[in-house]
Write a protein that binds this ligand. Structure first.
Ligand code: ZN
Ligand code: MN
Ligand code: MN
Length: 281
Protein backbone atom coordinates (compact mmCIF):
# COMPACT_ATOMS: atom_id res chain seq x y z
CA UNK A 1 0.00 0.00 0.00
CA UNK A 2 1.42 3.41 -0.92
CA UNK A 3 2.02 6.02 1.78
CA UNK A 4 -1.05 8.23 1.42
CA UNK A 5 -1.32 11.73 2.85
CA UNK A 6 -1.82 15.35 1.91
CA UNK A 7 -0.32 18.80 1.65
CA UNK A 8 -0.82 20.29 5.09
CA UNK A 9 -1.07 23.82 6.41
CA UNK A 10 1.58 24.99 8.87
CA UNK A 11 -0.65 27.72 10.32
CA UNK A 12 0.22 28.15 13.99
CA UNK A 13 3.70 26.62 13.61
CA UNK A 14 5.51 24.16 11.38
CA UNK A 15 4.97 21.25 13.80
CA UNK A 16 1.19 21.79 13.69
CA UNK A 17 1.20 20.12 10.27
CA UNK A 18 1.80 16.78 12.00
CA UNK A 19 -1.32 17.27 14.15
CA UNK A 20 -3.36 17.85 11.00
CA UNK A 21 -1.82 14.83 9.28
CA UNK A 22 -2.73 12.77 12.33
CA UNK A 23 -6.33 13.94 12.03
CA UNK A 24 -6.61 12.40 8.57
CA UNK A 25 -4.53 9.33 9.41
CA UNK A 26 -1.92 10.19 6.80
CA UNK A 27 1.50 8.60 6.34
CA UNK A 28 2.98 11.18 3.95
CA UNK A 29 2.96 14.95 3.95
CA UNK A 30 3.99 18.01 2.02
CA UNK A 31 4.41 21.48 3.53
CA UNK A 32 5.65 24.93 2.68
CA UNK A 33 8.50 25.73 5.06
CA UNK A 34 7.85 29.49 4.67
CA UNK A 35 5.33 31.91 3.25
CA UNK A 36 5.02 31.34 -0.50
CA UNK A 37 4.39 35.01 -1.12
CA UNK A 38 7.56 36.50 0.33
CA UNK A 39 10.96 36.69 -1.34
CA UNK A 40 12.70 36.88 2.02
CA UNK A 41 10.69 34.95 4.61
CA UNK A 42 11.91 34.88 8.18
CA UNK A 43 14.42 32.22 9.13
CA UNK A 44 13.50 29.13 11.12
CA UNK A 45 14.84 29.28 14.64
CA UNK A 46 16.76 26.44 16.22
CA UNK A 47 13.93 25.85 18.68
CA UNK A 48 11.35 25.68 15.94
CA UNK A 49 13.45 23.17 13.99
CA UNK A 50 13.98 21.05 17.11
CA UNK A 51 10.23 21.11 17.82
CA UNK A 52 9.48 20.03 14.27
CA UNK A 53 11.94 17.13 14.41
CA UNK A 54 10.55 16.03 17.75
CA UNK A 55 6.95 15.99 16.50
CA UNK A 56 8.12 14.13 13.39
CA UNK A 57 9.76 11.43 15.53
CA UNK A 58 6.59 11.10 17.58
CA UNK A 59 4.49 10.83 14.40
CA UNK A 60 6.51 7.80 13.36
CA UNK A 61 7.39 6.73 9.86
CA UNK A 62 6.02 9.73 7.97
CA UNK A 63 7.45 10.76 4.58
CA UNK A 64 7.80 14.54 4.38
CA UNK A 65 8.55 16.79 1.41
CA UNK A 66 8.70 20.55 1.19
CA UNK A 67 7.26 22.46 -1.78
CA UNK A 68 9.10 25.54 -3.01
CA UNK A 69 7.64 29.05 -3.21
CA UNK A 70 5.52 29.87 -6.25
CA UNK A 71 7.57 33.06 -6.71
CA UNK A 72 10.70 31.15 -7.69
CA UNK A 73 11.39 31.14 -11.44
CA UNK A 74 14.93 30.25 -12.45
CA UNK A 75 13.86 30.47 -16.13
CA UNK A 76 12.89 34.13 -15.92
CA UNK A 77 14.41 36.37 -18.61
CA UNK A 78 14.46 39.16 -16.01
CA UNK A 79 17.85 39.04 -14.40
CA UNK A 80 16.71 40.36 -11.03
CA UNK A 81 13.96 37.73 -10.81
CA UNK A 82 16.36 34.92 -11.75
CA UNK A 83 18.78 36.25 -9.14
CA UNK A 84 16.16 36.47 -6.39
CA UNK A 85 14.93 32.99 -7.39
CA UNK A 86 18.35 31.43 -6.94
CA UNK A 87 18.72 33.05 -3.51
CA UNK A 88 15.23 31.92 -2.50
CA UNK A 89 15.90 28.38 -3.68
CA UNK A 90 19.13 28.26 -1.67
CA UNK A 91 17.12 29.38 1.38
CA UNK A 92 14.53 26.64 0.67
CA UNK A 93 17.30 24.01 0.70
CA UNK A 94 18.73 25.44 3.90
CA UNK A 95 15.32 25.31 5.64
CA UNK A 96 14.90 21.67 4.52
CA UNK A 97 18.32 20.82 5.90
CA UNK A 98 17.47 22.45 9.23
CA UNK A 99 14.21 20.50 9.48
CA UNK A 100 15.64 17.19 8.27
CA UNK A 101 13.46 17.16 5.14
CA UNK A 102 15.03 15.10 2.38
CA UNK A 103 12.97 16.32 -0.59
CA UNK A 104 12.26 19.75 -2.02
CA UNK A 105 9.56 19.67 -4.72
CA UNK A 106 9.96 22.49 -7.22
CA UNK A 107 8.31 23.75 -10.38
CA UNK A 108 10.99 23.92 -13.09
CA UNK A 109 9.96 27.43 -14.19
CA UNK A 110 8.37 29.49 -16.97
CA UNK A 111 10.32 30.90 -19.92
CA UNK A 112 7.86 33.81 -20.36
CA UNK A 113 8.23 33.89 -24.13
CA UNK A 114 11.93 33.14 -24.63
CA UNK A 115 11.26 29.52 -25.60
CA UNK A 116 11.70 26.12 -23.97
CA UNK A 117 15.37 25.71 -24.93
CA UNK A 118 16.40 29.04 -23.42
CA UNK A 119 14.27 28.34 -20.36
CA UNK A 120 15.86 24.95 -19.77
CA UNK A 121 19.34 26.40 -20.15
CA UNK A 122 18.57 29.08 -17.56
CA UNK A 123 17.04 26.57 -15.13
CA UNK A 124 19.96 24.15 -15.40
CA UNK A 125 22.50 26.94 -14.91
CA UNK A 126 20.58 28.40 -11.97
CA UNK A 127 20.20 25.01 -10.29
CA UNK A 128 23.90 24.24 -10.63
CA UNK A 129 24.83 27.56 -9.11
CA UNK A 130 22.58 26.91 -6.11
CA UNK A 131 23.68 23.29 -5.71
CA UNK A 132 27.39 24.15 -5.95
CA UNK A 133 27.17 26.56 -3.00
CA UNK A 134 24.22 25.20 -1.01
CA UNK A 135 23.91 22.49 1.63
CA UNK A 136 23.98 18.86 0.56
CA UNK A 137 21.65 16.12 1.68
CA UNK A 138 18.47 17.56 0.17
CA UNK A 139 17.21 16.24 -3.15
CA UNK A 140 15.40 18.53 -5.59
CA UNK A 141 12.31 16.89 -7.06
CA UNK A 142 11.37 18.55 -10.35
CA UNK A 143 7.60 18.47 -10.63
CA UNK A 144 5.82 17.50 -13.84
CA UNK A 145 3.72 20.46 -15.00
CA UNK A 146 0.49 20.90 -16.94
CA UNK A 147 2.20 23.12 -19.49
CA UNK A 148 -0.02 26.05 -18.62
CA UNK A 149 1.25 29.34 -20.05
CA UNK A 150 4.98 29.08 -20.75
CA UNK A 151 5.77 26.65 -17.96
CA UNK A 152 8.49 24.08 -18.58
CA UNK A 153 8.19 20.44 -17.53
CA UNK A 154 5.04 19.32 -19.35
CA UNK A 155 6.98 16.52 -21.05
CA UNK A 156 9.19 13.93 -19.39
CA UNK A 157 11.87 14.83 -21.96
CA UNK A 158 12.08 18.41 -20.65
CA UNK A 159 12.64 17.20 -17.08
CA UNK A 160 15.23 14.68 -18.27
CA UNK A 161 17.04 17.43 -20.15
CA UNK A 162 17.29 19.65 -17.08
CA UNK A 163 18.72 16.77 -15.03
CA UNK A 164 21.01 15.72 -17.87
CA UNK A 165 22.53 19.19 -18.13
CA UNK A 166 23.34 19.43 -14.42
CA UNK A 167 26.78 18.77 -13.01
CA UNK A 168 24.95 17.25 -10.02
CA UNK A 169 22.48 14.71 -11.54
CA UNK A 170 22.50 12.69 -8.31
CA UNK A 171 20.82 15.61 -6.52
CA UNK A 172 17.64 15.28 -8.64
CA UNK A 173 14.48 13.26 -8.54
CA UNK A 174 10.99 13.81 -9.95
CA UNK A 175 7.59 14.47 -8.42
CA UNK A 176 4.75 13.10 -10.57
CA UNK A 177 1.54 15.17 -10.35
CA UNK A 178 -1.41 13.20 -11.77
CA UNK A 179 -3.45 16.30 -12.69
CA UNK A 180 -0.49 17.99 -14.37
CA UNK A 181 0.60 14.88 -16.29
CA UNK A 182 -2.95 14.27 -17.53
CA UNK A 183 -3.53 17.91 -18.51
CA UNK A 184 -0.18 17.88 -20.31
CA UNK A 185 -1.47 15.10 -22.57
CA UNK A 186 -0.54 11.78 -20.92
CA UNK A 187 -3.83 9.87 -20.71
CA UNK A 188 -3.51 8.00 -17.42
CA UNK A 189 -7.30 7.45 -17.27
CA UNK A 190 -7.19 4.24 -19.36
CA UNK A 191 -5.09 1.06 -18.90
CA UNK A 192 -3.37 1.51 -22.29
CA UNK A 193 -2.66 5.21 -21.76
CA UNK A 194 -1.46 4.61 -18.22
CA UNK A 195 0.96 1.89 -19.32
CA UNK A 196 2.27 4.03 -22.20
CA UNK A 197 2.84 6.91 -19.76
CA UNK A 198 4.77 4.78 -17.26
CA UNK A 199 6.82 3.17 -20.02
CA UNK A 200 7.73 6.61 -21.34
CA UNK A 201 8.64 7.78 -17.84
CA UNK A 202 10.90 4.75 -17.39
CA UNK A 203 12.51 5.17 -20.81
CA UNK A 204 13.03 8.96 -20.69
CA UNK A 205 13.63 9.70 -16.99
CA UNK A 206 13.86 6.34 -15.23
CA UNK A 207 11.46 5.20 -12.51
CA UNK A 208 14.32 5.18 -10.00
CA UNK A 209 14.11 9.01 -10.09
CA UNK A 210 10.44 8.96 -9.11
CA UNK A 211 10.33 9.83 -5.40
CA UNK A 212 7.01 11.55 -4.72
CA UNK A 213 3.50 11.66 -6.20
CA UNK A 214 0.83 14.37 -6.07
CA UNK A 215 -2.65 12.85 -6.25
CA UNK A 216 -5.08 15.26 -7.88
CA UNK A 217 -7.93 14.64 -10.27
CA UNK A 218 -8.16 17.13 -13.13
CA UNK A 219 -10.87 19.63 -14.00
CA UNK A 220 -9.41 20.01 -17.49
CA UNK A 221 -9.34 17.27 -20.11
CA UNK A 222 -6.31 15.31 -21.28
CA UNK A 223 -4.04 17.69 -23.20
CA UNK A 224 -5.98 20.79 -22.06
CA UNK A 225 -2.84 22.18 -20.33
CA UNK A 226 -5.18 23.53 -17.66
CA UNK A 227 -3.80 23.24 -14.09
CA UNK A 228 -7.00 22.87 -12.04
CA UNK A 229 -7.13 20.24 -9.32
CA UNK A 230 -10.29 18.27 -8.53
CA UNK A 231 -11.31 15.76 -5.85
CA UNK A 232 -10.29 12.16 -6.54
CA UNK A 233 -12.75 10.49 -8.90
CA UNK A 234 -14.67 13.67 -9.60
CA UNK A 235 -12.50 14.94 -12.44
CA UNK A 236 -11.49 13.80 -15.89
CA UNK A 237 -8.97 11.19 -14.71
CA UNK A 238 -11.64 9.35 -12.75
CA UNK A 239 -11.58 6.41 -10.37
CA UNK A 240 -10.32 3.98 -13.01
CA UNK A 241 -7.16 6.02 -13.54
CA UNK A 242 -6.42 6.31 -9.82
CA UNK A 243 -7.14 2.59 -9.44
CA UNK A 244 -4.34 1.86 -11.91
CA UNK A 245 -1.92 4.14 -10.09
CA UNK A 246 -2.48 3.02 -6.49
CA UNK A 247 -2.22 -0.65 -7.50
CA UNK A 248 0.90 -0.25 -9.63
CA UNK A 249 3.58 -2.42 -7.97
CA UNK A 250 6.30 -0.10 -9.36
CA UNK A 251 4.92 2.71 -7.16
CA UNK A 252 3.85 0.61 -4.17
CA UNK A 253 6.09 2.22 -1.56
CA UNK A 254 6.06 5.82 -2.75
CA UNK A 255 4.62 8.75 -0.80
CA UNK A 256 1.42 10.00 -2.46
CA UNK A 257 -0.08 13.26 -1.22
CA UNK A 258 -3.31 15.05 -2.04
CA UNK A 259 -3.29 18.65 -3.23
CA UNK A 260 -7.03 18.67 -3.74
CA UNK A 261 -9.26 21.61 -2.77
CA UNK A 262 -10.09 21.88 0.92
CA UNK A 263 -11.99 24.15 3.21
CA UNK A 264 -11.30 25.03 6.81
CA UNK A 265 -11.56 21.50 8.19
CA UNK A 266 -10.04 18.31 6.84
CA UNK A 267 -13.25 16.50 5.87
CA UNK A 268 -12.43 16.64 2.17
CA UNK A 269 -8.96 15.18 2.71
CA UNK A 270 -10.45 12.35 4.75
CA UNK A 271 -13.00 11.69 2.05
CA UNK A 272 -10.39 11.63 -0.73
CA UNK A 273 -8.17 9.29 1.29
CA UNK A 274 -11.12 6.97 1.88
CA UNK A 275 -11.78 6.89 -1.85
CA UNK A 276 -8.13 6.05 -2.55
CA UNK A 277 -8.05 3.32 0.11
CA UNK A 278 -11.19 1.78 -1.40
CA UNK A 279 -9.37 1.48 -4.74
CA UNK A 280 -6.42 -0.50 -3.33
CA UNK A 281 -6.81 -4.18 -4.08
ZN1 ZN B 1 3.62 21.97 -7.25
MN1 MN C 1 1.59 19.29 -7.55
MN1 MN D 1 -1.26 22.25 -9.92
Amino acid sequence: MPLFGAHMSTAGGLDRAFDRLGEIGGAAMQIFTASQRQWRPREISGGEAAGFRERWRAAGDVAVASHDSYLINLASPKEDVAEKSAAALAAELERCRKLGIEYLVMHPGSHLGDGVEMGIARIAAGLDRVLADGPGGVMILLETTAGQGTSIGATFAELAEIIGRSRFPERFGVCFDTCHVFAAGYDISTPEGYERTMEEFERVIGLSRLKFIHLNDSKGGCGSRVDRHQHIGRGRIGLAGFGLLVNDPRLAHLPMVLETPKGRDLAEDRENLAVLASLVR
